[in-house]
Ligand binder design. Structure first.
Ligand code: UT7
Length: 345
C-alpha cells in the first residue's frame, strides 16, 4: 500500500500504532426528477404563500418524482453517475448500502432492487434507515468494510421519494420536502486520507417529533389507519428546528476535535438541507461565514437522506470542491439522529 505523506491534521483512524486502510470517495453522482414544484403552485394547494415559504425556509422550489418513478429508479440513476465519475464498473461493486425512509416497498430492500438495475452481480446489498442522517451513517458503515479490507468497492446511496409520504393537506410539512438521490463510490485511493472521522448520535426519546406512525408493526395498514392519515410524515417543526441546530453544532465540534482541526481549516461545509435558517444558525454558532457553506435547499427543499449526497455531487461538479480540500458534512433527522463527517477530498 502506498504510504500517504504526513498530514496537517490528526487521522483518528491511525490508533494504537495500527494504520487501517484509508477510505476515499472515489466518485459521486446524483439524480433529481425533472418535474419542478414551485411555491406558487403550492399556493394553489394549501393555505400558504411564496413569501412565507421563502422567508421561513429559503425553499423556492423542489423536485417531484413521476408517479411511476420509485426510490430505486432514482437511486440507480445516481449510482450510474457515481460509477462513471469513479471509473468503476458494476462488476467491481462489492456492497451496496441505500439510506432511505421511502423504500419502494417494506421489503425487499431498495439496495437489492438497485443491485439488479445496475447489474452489480457480485454485490451484497442492504438498506440503512437513519432518516435525514442516513447518508453519513451509510458512509461510516461502508467505510468500515473498506478499512477492514473486507471489501474494495462500496456503493453508498441516499435516495428518497418523500412526495409519496407527504400529506398534501398539511401546510406545516408539504411545502418542505422534495425527491431525489445522491450516490458515492468508496474505495481505498492513494491520493488522500479520505474519510477522517464520522460522529453519529441518536435520541429515541424524541422519536415523536418527526415520524410516520402508520404502516409498521405498531399500527399496520388498515382502513382506520388510512382514514386517520397515519401513513403520512408528521413533524413538530419548531422543536425539530431547535434540536437540529444544537445537534449539528455539537457533532461538528466533536468531529473537528477528533481530527485536531479548527473550523477555519475547513474549505467547505455541506449541511443537511432542511431549512436555510437552520443552516445559517449552525454556521453562526461555528463562527463560519456562509460563503464556506454549500446551500441548495432553495432548489430542492429537504430530500432527507439524499440531501447531503446531492449537495456533495453538485459542489464537486461545479468545482466548488477540489482534491485536497477539507470538508465537513453535517446531518440531522428523525430518530432523532445526527452526525458529522470530516473528509479530505
Ligand atoms: O430533515 C429533518 C429535520 N427537519 C427540520 O429540521 C425542519 C425543522 N423545522 C423547520 O424548518 C421550521 O420549524 C418550519 C419551517 C417547519 C416552520 O418554521 P417556524 O418558523 O418554526 O414556524 P412555526 O412552526 O413556529 O409556525 C409559525 C406559524 C404557525 O402559525 P400560528 O400558529 O403562529 O398562527 C403555522 O401555522 O406559521 C404557520 N405555518 C404556515 N403559514 C403559511 C406553518 N406552515 C405554514 C405555511 N404557510 N406553509
Amino acid at each position: 500500500m502506498t504510504e500517504l505523506p504526513p498530514a496537517p491534521f490528526r487521522n483518528p483512524r491511525a490508533r494504537h500504532g495500527f494504520r487501517a486502510r484509508t477510505c476515499s470517495i472515489a466518485g459521486v453522482g446524483s439524480y433529481v426528477p425533472s418535474r419542478v414544484l414551485t411555491n406558487a403552485e403550492l399556493e394553489k394547494i394549501v393555505d400558504t404563500t411564496d413569501e412565507w415559504i421563502t422567508t421561513r425556509t429559503g425553499i423556492r422550489e423542489r423536485r417531484m418524482a413521476a408517479e411511476n418513478e420509485a426510490t430505486s429508479d432514482m437511486a440507480a440513476k445516481a449510482a450510474i453517475q457515481a460509477m462513471q465519475s469513479a471509473g468503476v464498473t458494476a462488476d467491481a461493486i462489492d456492497l451496496i448500502i441505500v439510506a432511505t425512509i421511502t423504500p419502494d416497498m417494506l421489503f425487499p430492500s431498495v439496495a437489492c432492487l438497485v443491485q439488479h438495475k445496475i447489474g452489480a452481480r457480485k454485490a451484497a446489498a442492504f438498506d440503512l434507515e437513519a432518516a435525514c442522517s442516513g447518508f453519513i451513517y451509510a458512509l461510516e458503515v461502508g467505510q468500515q468494510f473498506i478499512m477492514s479490507h473486507t471489501y474494495d468497492t462500496v456503493l453508498v446511496i441516499g435516495a428518497e421519494k418523500l412526495s409519496s409520504i407527504i400529506d398534501w393537506t398539511d401546510r406545516n410539512t408539504c411545502v418542505l420536502f422534495g425527491d431525489g438521490a445522491g450516490a458515492a463510490i468508496l474505495q481505498n485511493r492513494p491520493h488522500s486520507h479520505g474519510l477522517l472521522t464520522a460522529c453519529m448520535g441518536s435520541d429515541g426519546s424524541k422519536a415523536d417529533l418527526l415520524c410516520m406512525p402508520g404502516g409498521g408493526s405498531r399500527i399496520p395498514a388498515s382502513p382506520d389507519s388510512v382514514s386517520s392519515r397515519l401513513h403520512y410524515l408528521r413533524m413538530d417543526g419548531r422543536e425539530t428546528y431547535k434540536n437540529a441546530v444544537v445537534a449539528m453544532y455539537t457533532a461538528a465540534q466533536e468531529a473537528l476535535r477528533r481530527c485536531e482541526l479548527t473550523v477555519d481549516r475547513i474549505d467547505c461545509i455541506i449541511p443537511h438541507q432542511a431549512n436555510r435558517r437552520i443552516i445559517e444558525a449552525v454556521a453562526e454558532r461555528l463562527a463560519t461565514p456562509m460563503d464556506k457553506v454549500y446551500v441548495n435547499v432553495d432548489r430542492y427543499g429537504n430530500t432527507s437522506a439524499a440531501s447531503v449526497a446531492i449537495a456533495l455531487d453538485e459542489a464537486v461538479r461545479s468545482g466548488r470542491i477540489r482534491r485536497g480540500d477539507l470538508l465537513l458534512l453535517l446531518v440531522f433527522g428523525a430518530g432523532l439522529t445526527w452526525g458529522a463527517a470530516v473528509i479530505e477530498w
